[in-house]
Design a protein around this ligand. Sequence first.
Ligand SMILES: Cc1cc2nc3c(=O)[nH]c(=O)nc-3n(C[C@H](O)[C@H](O)[C@H](O)COP(=O)(O)OP(=O)(O)OC[C@H]3O[C@@H](n4cnc5c(N)ncnc54)[C@H](O)[C@@H]3O)c2cc1C
Length: 417
Amino acid sequence: MNKKNVLAVIGGGASGLIAGITAKRIIKDNGRVVIFERMDRIGKKILATGNGRCNFTNMNTSVSDFYGKNPDFVKYALQKFNVYDTLDFFEELGIYPKEEDNGKMYPYSDQASSVLDVMRNELQRLNIEIVTGFDVKVINKNKNGFRIISFSEEEINASKVIIAMGGCASPNLGSNGSGFTVLKSLGHTITKLNPALVQMKTKENIVKGLKGIKFMGNVKIIAKGEIVGEEYGEVLFTDYGLSGPPIFQLSAVSAINKDCAVLLDFMPELSEKDVFDILSERKKRLTGLTMEDFFVGLFNKRIGNVIAKKSGIEKLSFNVSNLNRETIWSMAENIKGLYFDIIGQNGWNNAQVTSGGASTREFNDKTMESLKVNGLYASGEVFDIFGRCGGFNLQWAWSSGTLAGKSAAKSFLEGLK
Ligand SMILES: Cc1cc2nc3c(=O)[nH]c(=O)nc-3n(C[C@H](O)[C@H](O)[C@H](O)COP(=O)(O)OP(=O)(O)OC[C@H]3O[C@@H](n4cnc5c(N)ncnc54)[C@H](O)[C@@H]3O)c2cc1C
């Protein structure tokens, strides 16, 4: 390796790649920017984002889209590199953006690989060095900077280090929580870690009978009798419980609150009384049919069967004309709030992000530099920050990555004087 000073980026994911590009654009030929990646290729997670389409930002991004012990930490970084800066950055590299529902932005190509490809081109153009298969075990601080040591005992010195090692979610795509180990050994606090943006497991085994069914509805999370979260969107029944964007969105809330339940509202635009009236009218019209057919045309038949059962109708051969007022109210109640106990979440392998991480109180929000170790910076998911589903997590990776890259590069150049 040549003798020039090194600015090291640990982790070749979204935030590490943009941090490296930003840093090298500032450092130019005055030093080396080297990205160390434990996998055999950089950007594996980017390829999996947005179901392979990469929902790379969201037009409606604001601080309220982020969670963590101190979500305000994102404010400055989001101002300094906002959604329009993200769009400009990628458009300049060749990504023509398109907007979908709720402000979600995708590359026009519908290919996550385009996002990685254009970043790779830029890395190459800037002569940024990429060392794959370098699995960082430990980073030691010394008087000249840092000594980075891999699991296979390779060592390298760097004057500045950016930790962009991600969290624990989807370890098959690279990030396995080692960023937390490294930061802890450098004196940082790691808050409680939980899988987030993940499916929920429910107690009732009736969901098994609904496996594969999707519906648009409202989802509420109830803990200690209070509504602690609410989202609207497409819900999917699975053999273990529930999936879909609103479930992902609420998974963090349900992980934090113990003993909670989920309420599914199949007709969110109507009141319980409206639903009661609709069902009463159906009873009149569908006299002569059995409960097997009562919900046909209103809901998927299997959902109808579950609602009937939950409302005390044991047999689907029950004649519609025998429905009494009380049972119709009970059905209306279940349609407006079908109840399931939550018994947990799917684990790290299925999670999109990590709830918890490096305490943001120990980093400068204006620079992303550690308040404990000079010259050490961090970006992305390794922080105790995660966003809602919809492009917010990548926006955080881009915003925090550029800020870390810029600050580290400036300080790198000052160190050369
Ligand atoms: C399936 C899936 C779909 C998603 N879809 C979206 C989406 O559409 N929109 C959105 O906004 N967000 C999405 N996310 C979330 C988003 O991808 C992440 O929040 C974001 O990639 C985090 O970026 P990062 O750079 O901080 O971490 P990562 O992308 O996880 O990158 C960390 C990198 O560090 C490397 N690394 C880790 N440890 C070491 C080590 N010891 N030594 C060397 N290298 C190491 C890893 O291999 C990895 O390449 C999705 C996540 C998943 C799992």
